[in-house]
Design a protein around this ligand. Structure first.
Ligand code: DGP
Length: 114
C-alpha cells in the first residue's frame, strides 16, 4: 500500500534489518528497540489494525505467531521468557497502521505495561 512504511520495507524500498522472510510474513529489527531483543513480525498483506482482521486471515495470524515463536527460539529468549505485543489504535500507542507483533525480550519485563 502506498504511504505505508511497512509495505515499503516489504518491497525493499526502505532498508531494514530483516531477520526472517517467507511468502506471507517478514520480520525485522525495530528501529527504536525497547529491549535487547525487539523484533517486529508483520504480514506481507496490508492490514491496518487488529480490528480489520477477517475470517480469511485466521491462518495468516496463526502463521505470524509461529514465526514469532521461531524468532524467540532463534534469539535464545523463548525459555527465559518474552513478550508479544500488538498495539491497536491511538490510545494503545499504535503508530504504524500495518499490523505487527513486537517480540520483546532479553530483560525482565514489568507489569502493568506503561
Ligand atoms: P507501534 O507503535 O506499535 O505501531 O510500533 C511501530 C514500531 O515500528 C515502533 O516500535 C518503531 C518501528 N518502526 C517505525 N518505523 C520504522 C522503520 O522505518 N523501520 C523499522 N525497522 N522500524 C520502524
Amino acid at each position: 500500500m502506498r504511504d505505508c512504511i511497512f509495505c515499503r520495507i516489504i518491497e525493499k524500498k526502505i532498508p531494514a534489518k530483516i531477520v526472517y522472510e517467507d511468502e506471507f510474513a517478514i520480520a525485522f529489527e525495530d528501529i527504536n528497540p525497547q529491549a535487547p531483543v525487539h523484533t517486529l513480525v508483520i504480514p506481507k498483506k496490508h492490514i491496518s489494525t487488529l480490528l480489520d482482521l477477517k475470517d480469511e486471515d485466521s491462518n495468516l495470524i496463526h502463521h505470524l505467531l509461529k514465526v514469532a515463536n521461531k524468532i524467540a527460539r532463534d534469539k535464545g529468549i523463548a525459555e527465559r521468557g518474552f513478550r508479544l505485543v500488538t498495539n491497536c489504535n491511538p490510545e494503545s500507542g499504535q503508530s504504524v497502521y500495518h499490523i505487527h507483533f513486537h517480540i520483546l525480550g532479553g530483560r525482565q519485563m514489568h507489569w502493568p505495561p506503561g
